[in-house]
Design a protein around this ligand. Structure first.
Ligand code: HEM
Length: 469
């Protein structure tokens, strides 16, 4: 468990002094237990407290909740009651959602709804399944091979443009690289001067969900997000008919041509909504994964050497699809990095019916935060959980097998990440080329701190000493 900061200790001390209350009354005759929690401070509840903990490391406060209230607890946040779902059994129960009581649309809408309406992750039940079946056709083995073909030369250009030096910012460089790749692999265009405006629109749209002022004040994040969304919509709409007629190896074209087994396809509006959501779903997540991998590879040079040796042994400047299995060290490092720094630490849900989680009664209309990241750090599941030890995923150990939801960076159930193989492909294709061209290091005592307020990013951008090999 990471060390408790002063803020953590303060928050826990305050929470311990507040009277415990049940989330709601139990239905008559129910044998379930009520969810327990505290109301928090007047008006703001736990909002400031939880945000303060997330600016540091949320694990300490989550551990307090788990030890005090069990796998399901409530807090008063953002003007309403919200439950936290912790530990693999509780996460499994919500994500498997056998009684269809937890919905994604209303769960995520508060955070990203106005900017990503009708993205796949925000659809529910039969409609979600219908769209997922069509979208699956854009993620087949054959399609992934096609994306890799487009990706490889674009990666080479991006990685060649790195400027080695003693303070190379890994976060900024990986962000730029994934953004450039997205225009080629997702949109299928090497954009000219319009690239900068499109990138701006995309960044504004993604960032808007995190605005504190959550309405349309001119010049504010929210308003810039709405404008960004309109720019993206216009961009994709202008290119739709041309794209429908194309046969290129890009995701936009693949969505235009995708047909489910029963012959259904997407409307123009569906394609625009899905494309904008996909850009967002892929961008920060892969950037964070590569950044944390670079961090651990810098802190553990023996793993950097091992990964580089495997890349050299391939004898190819760029990986082909079949080569991905021949880079086992990168695979282990990717899994372990995503365990220690889960790119999506929280998943949003809302109950649309009364339900039960691990013996606790959860009423309809309860905002829910599922926290798979907490399971990643539980000493009950992982030996020495805070230690970077990629071998724990190796066939002779497979510590993740302790529970189906011990390691769940891609979620689980029907909404499990549709892009997980795409992500593996992109991350490994990029790091293979980076390892062949460069070596990087940090001072022995250097520790970066991740800011979890939104998705986890190193506060200092992760400056490393980057040298050409
Ligand atoms: C390391 C990178 C990635 C991580 C950690 C990640 C994580 C996740 C997680 C946790 C979910 C589940 C959300 C929920 O249950 O509410 C999800 C869903 C999704 N992801 Fe990813 N993702 C990654 C990369 C990608 C990429 C590259 C794409 C597309 C190319 C993508 C597209 C999607 C989509 C469309 C969904 C919604 C699936 C559904 O609702 O059926 N993701 N992702």
């Amino acid at each position: 468990m990471p060390n408790a900061t002063l803020t953590d200790r303060l928050l826990i001390a305050v929470d311990r002094r507040l009277p415990r209350r049940p989330l709601s009354k139990l239905p008559p005759g129910s044998r379930l237990r009520p969810v327990q929690g505290t109301i928090g401070l007047p008006i703001v509840g736990h909002t400031g407290a939880v945000i303060a903990a997330m600016v540091g490391e949320p694990m300490v406060v989550m551990r307090h909740r788990y030890d005090t209230y069990g796998p399901v607890s409530w807090a008063h946040m953002f003007g309403r009651r919200m439950i936290f779902v912790l530990g693999p059994d509780a996460c499994e129960s919500v994500l498997q959602n056998r009684d269809r009581a937890f919905a994604n649309g209303p769960g995520w809408a508060y955070w990203i709804g106005p900017f990503f309406p009708r993205g796949l992750m925000l659809l529910d039940f039969d409609e979600h399944l219908h769209h997922r079946r069509i979208m699956q056709q854009a993620f087949t083995h054959e399609r992934l091979e096609g994306y890799l073909e487009v990706m490889n030369p674009a990666i080479a250009r991006g990685v060649d443009a790195f400027r080695p030096g003693p303070h190379f910012s890994v976060l900024a460089s990986m962000k730029q690289l994934t953004l450039d790749l997205a225009t080629e692999v997702f949109v299928g265009a090497r954009l000219g001067p319009e690239a900068a405006a499109l990138n701006r629109a995309f960044i504004d749209t993604v960032r808007a969900g995190l605005a504190f002022v959550r309405f349309d004040v001119p010049g504010g994040k929210w308003s810039r997000g709405l404008r960004g969304r309109r720019v993206l919509e216009a961009f994709f709409r202008d290119r739709l008919s041309e794209k429908r007629a194309s046969s290129g190896n890009d995701l936009f074209g693949a969505l235009c041509r995708a047909r489910s087994e029963d012959g259904h396809s997407f409307s123009d509006t569906d394609i625009i909504n899905h494309m904008i959501f996909l850009l967002m779903a892929a961008h920060d997540t892969t950037t964070i994964t590569m950044t944390s991998m670079c961090y651990f590879l810098a802190k553990h040079p023996e793993w950097q050497r091992r990964a580089r040796d495997e890349s050299l042994a391939l004898g190819k400047a760029q990986v082909e699809f079949a080569d991905l299995e021949r880079l086992p060290a990168l695979d282990l490092v990717m899994k372990e990095s995503m365990r220690l720094v889960a790119p999506v630490p929280y998943l949003g849900r809302m109950t649309v019916a009364d339900t039960e989680v691990c013996g606790h009664f959860v009423p309809k209309d309860t905002m829910t935060a599922v926290v798979p990241y907490f399971s990643h750090r539980m000493p009950e599941l992982w030996p020495d959980p805070d230690r970077f030890d990629p071998e724990r995923f190796a066939p002779h150990r497979r510590e993740d097998k302790v529970h189906a939801f011990a390691w769940a960076p891609f979620g689980g159930g029907v909404h499990k990440c549709i892009g997980l193989h795409f992500a593996g492909l992109q991350v490994k294709a990029i790091l293979h080329q980076v390892l062949l061209r460069y070596r990087w290091s940090v001072a022995v005592d250097y520790e970066t701190r991740f800011d979890f307020t939104t998705l986890p990013v190193p506060k200092d951008g992760l400056p490393v000493r980057l040298e050409r090999r």
